[in-house]
Each structure stands twice: as C-alpha cells, then as structure tokens.
Design a protein around this ligand. Structure first.
Ligand code: 13P
Ligand code: SF4
Length: 321
C-alpha cells in the first residue's frame, strides 16, 4: 500500500514527534525509501552508520536498514534499545554464510586471519578477526602483515576486487549480493552507446566484468562523494536505486541513470527487497511500540564486538598486529 502525499507528511510528523519524546535516533541506509531517509537523523553507508551507532547518546536506536546493520548497532550498544522496523529485513549476502559451514571453513584454514564484510550475522562476526565495510576493506586488508594468509567472507565479488587492489591472495567464501549480481552488462553497454559521455559508477559487490567497465568503484558514500566532485554531467549508477534520492539532493543538476538489471526481465529497477521491507508505517509503529527489538546473548555479543571494535579502531590508526 502506498500512502498519499498528505498521509506521508502526517506520518512523518508523528515519527519526528515520537522520536523526540522517546529520545530516539533514526539511522538510515541510503537504500531506504525517500520518505524514511527524510526523517532520519543520519543517513550513511555501513561504516558511517556503525560509527554513528557507536557514538550516539540517544536512548533508543531505530535502524532503518537491514538486520545485520541493526545487529551491529546492538553489539556496540548493549544497554540501548535497538529497533528494526521489519525484523525480517535480511540480506542475501548475510544469508549465504551459515555459521556452521563457516566454522568448518575457518577450521580448514588454520593460521589464517579472518576478515569478514560487515554484511554477515553476529555468529559470523564472532568467528572473525576483523570486520570491514566496502569503504575501508582495502585499508583493513593492507593492515594485516603480508606474511599472514587471509580468509575473506562472505562476498566473493568484493573479495575478487580486493585481491586485485591489494595484490593479496585471499581465500574467498562463495557468497554474493543478489541485487548487485543482477545488473545486466548487455543493457548497461547499450545505455553507454546511447549516453557516450556518461560515467559508470559501480558498487564493489557487483560482478568482476561490470567492475572492469567502471569509471569509479566505491561504497555508497564514496559514490555520492565522487558524483558531487566530478566535473561530468551524466552518470550510470550501478547500485541499489534508493541512493538516487540523496544523489539528486546533493547533485541536482546532474543526469543520473539507474543501471538496469536482468537480461530477460522488463523491470529495470535494482531494488533490494530486504531494505524495502521497512516502510514509513512500520517505522512509525516500531517507534510507537518500541518493537521489534534486536536481542542477542551476551556471550555472542562480546565475541562479535571484538572484530567490529578492531575495524572502528583501524579506521583511525591503520596497523593490525
Ligand atoms: P555500503 O556500506 O557501501 O553502503 O554497502 C552496504 C550494502 O549493503 C551494499 O549492498
Ligand atoms: Fe544485502 Fe545486497 Fe540488500 Fe545490500 S543490497 S542489504 S548486500 S541483499
């Protein structure tokens, strides 16, 4: 059900009022719908959101994103209430890495450091030495001494990109993001013929073949920064379409073309169905009911905290022992 503009504005007003009354902060990822982004206190990529979650003084954190993001916020804030508007908002990449299988995988590679992409469950984080996001993955890998072998999980596309960028021989888990896997290279090539001056900007979760064609590769925040600073006028954006909301706000005079997906499908939109499970109504209800809430056992939280904290510390100083 879509809300009328009047109802959207009314509901947004209720959300803002409740947020203030309850001393809550709304953290939103760029892939959320515009009506959610517009009531957020902070909109960011996974790194920015976890840094914000680590530093907030608010009593309640409402995480407008997917489960692993809200779970990371809870790991960092055991005494705060962390809410997720739809508790079933998962992630195909996180789901591709089961803790039991990953534990065996890690055991089969003794003496390896385990670097896990933040898009994974608390159980996977607990089996890792350090976490990374797309914004800091190269620095995190480079911080590990060259003689130490590394397992990288769960995204094999980001992993292959990191092998190229760092020259390290990473052992990769075989996981993918179904949204970034779905971009159609053929349709993008066709778009490039129609728009020869358009620059192609791509998220590193996309396939190697698409990354090879990119004029710029980066996290969602890096994409926004590139777009703002670049002198070009036309851009093809190969990531989830929600990011166009901030791109249009920050670069209103630039022509933005969302990259198309699926060779034989007429739907051209790259939507993450998990991110879009959160709606403005669910955001309102979750603030009002203070539910659904993220919970996890203290022993799991403590194990998962260590590698996240390591990432946050490394984002300031860049050496890993
Ligand atoms: P960013 O950290 O670049 O925002 O990526 C998050 C994500 O889920 C991409 O699919
Ligand atoms: Fe997960 Fe992909 Fe959705 Fe990001 S876009 S939350 S990686 S399924």
């Amino acid at each position: 059900m879509t809300l009328s503009l009047k109802n959207t504005v009314l509901l947004q007003e209720h959300v803002l009022k409740l947020k203030q009354e309850k001393d809550a902060i709304i953290l939103a990822h760029y892939y959320q719908g515009p009506e959610i982004q517009d009531v957020a206190d902070f909109i960011g990529d996974s790194l920015g959101l976890s840094q914000k979650a680590a530093s907030t003084k608010a009593k309640i954190i409402v995480f407008a994103g997917v489960h692993f993001m809200a779970e990371t916020a809870k790991i960092l804030n055991p005494t705060k209430k962390v809410l997720l508007p739809d508790i079933n908002a998962g992630c195909s990449l996180a789901a591709s890495c089961s803790p039991k299988e990953f534990e065996t995988f890690v055991k089969n590679h003794p003496d390896h450091k385990v670097v896990s992409y933040i898009n994974c469950s608390a159980e996977i984080k607990a089996l890792s030495d350090v976490i990374c996001t797309s914004a800091n993955a190269i620095d995190i890998i480079n911080s590990i001494p060259k003689n130490i072998p590394i397992i990288f999980a769960p995204d094999k596309n980001l992993g292959k990109y990191l092998i190229k960028k760092t020259g390290r021989d990473l052992i990769l888990w075989d996981g993918v993001c179904e949204v970034h896997e779905a971009f159609s290279i053929k349709k993008i090539e066709h778009l490039q013929l129609l728009h020869p001056n358009a620059k192609l900007i791509v998220h590193p979760e996309a396939k190697e073949k698409l990354l090879e064609k990119a004029d710029f590769i980066g996290s969602t925040s890096a994409m926004l920064k590139f777009l703002k600073q670049d002198k070009g006028n036309e851009f093809i954006i190969a990531t989830e379409v929600g990011i166009l909301h901030q791109m249009k706000k920050e670069s209103p005079n630039k022509i933005l073309i969302p990259a198309p997906i699926n060779e034989d499908n007429t739907c051209a939109c790259s939507e993450c169905s998990y991110m879009k499970m959160n709606t403005l109504e669910k955001l309102y209800l979750c603030l009002s009911n203070e539910s659904p809430e993220i919970t996890l056992t203290e022993s799991l939280r403590k194990k998962a905290l260590h590698p996240i904290q390591r990432m946050l510390d490394l984002s300031v100083k860049k050496t890993l022992n």
